[in-house]
Design a protein around this ligand. Sequence first.
Ligand code: ZN
Length: 264
Amino acid sequence: MVGGARRADCVVDAAYAGWRRGLRFGVWLRPRGLAWAATSLGFASLFVALYAVTWFPIGQLAALGGRKPLPCIDRAGLSASLVSCAPHRNYVAPQLFDVIASLSADVAQRYPGGKTRALDASFPFFDGVPLPPHLSHDDGEKVDLAFHYTRGGEPAPGALASPIGYWRFEQPREGEPLPCGTRSQGWRWNMEWFAPFTSRDLVLDDERTRHVLRWLASTGAQRGVGKVFVEPHLAERLNASGDVIRFQGCRAARHDDHIHVQLR
Ligand SMILES: [Zn+2]
């Protein structure tokens, strides 16, 4: 109890010290004609400006460390989602970059206008830094891909089924494999509360998603892909199989809202 009270005191002291420092920063800015930066809008503008200025150097420094950014703006049918790009969660090892670029080229050739959307990959620097909540995305050798969708019976190239690209689950149908039951467990979240934020008009494009899985299991495997995670009911429904098509287990994140790809 005494230890808990001491900890609480420390937290209050640290918060107070932080507030005092912030106040001093504001006072320091004022006489220098930088009072605008002490306001919320000023601080936000400063942040955006610094962010923009550091964007390019981050890409250059990541290259020195051996990582490449998946394009944030569509390039030859490949782009990473904005939610992954903005916080620099779109970096991969050169080998994985080449695999995903080849996949997107194949999709664009087979389905003119077809697009490949990447979701979270890795941060630009240092192996061993996980990308929450993807604990295994820590070395540039893993990337998540969005499914393909149709809208009104027509292909919807590049469409994402939720604002973040995740958590619009393709639920198992009656008779399909259900190895983990229906309840959340471990990192396997059902995220029911998020359902209202997901698309109602997009339908899984079975043909294109099947093509992606089969490409990864054949050409992708030849080029170094070691594992592709997708839920068993989807692998069965789409008739996609191969040594690299795996089930991640019941305590890891669900993979019926995206495809996880990783190198050997
Ligand atoms: Zn993943």
